[in-house]
Design a protein around this ligand. Sequence first.
Ligand SMILES: [Zn+2]
Length: 188
Amino acid sequence: MQVIIAAQACLPILTLGIDLLDKWKDIIIYPSAFYISRDEQDSNGIIHHKESILSGEAWSKGPVILSWDDIQNDLQPIHQGHNVIIHEIAHKLDMLNGKANGMPPLHLEMQSTQWTEAFSSAFQRLNKRLEHHHRVCVNPYAATSPAEFFAVFSEYFFSAPEILHNHFPDVYQQLQMYYRQNPIDRSQ
Ligand SMILES: [Zn+2]
């Protein structure tokens, strides 16, 4: 279990370096998806009660929690584009500059305006298609928030790069610059 998780967790930081994750060491593995029930405060100070079933969760100053069932499912070809480990690592990277908001600290050679443009327009496009009940080629969970969008698109970037490259080339390009990898080369 440790090797399977570690190998996938290393993929996003393959060229970025292990230092990005050095403030975190705990991974909790649950046998399957887990139920949470808690109060959460939003940016306006309003408390919301949240109850959900999760396959994974990343705490900003705490552990990553993963469902082993989901990890195993993600390894099946039919689940291409789904990878709970990469999803939670993306949240960890996103939280390096504060609350997860869909934009991790960018490299010097990158431009935040280009990142925001590519991600915002893709996020809006996805939400519009879902509002109109049109078919979408990615997990609709990406439309929940900019933070989830970044995490879900990171899953596709590494586990189904062709889908992302064909349908969201601008986002693919930004992720390629951020992760400093081009997974499409590996999958051919
Ligand atoms: Zn998430």
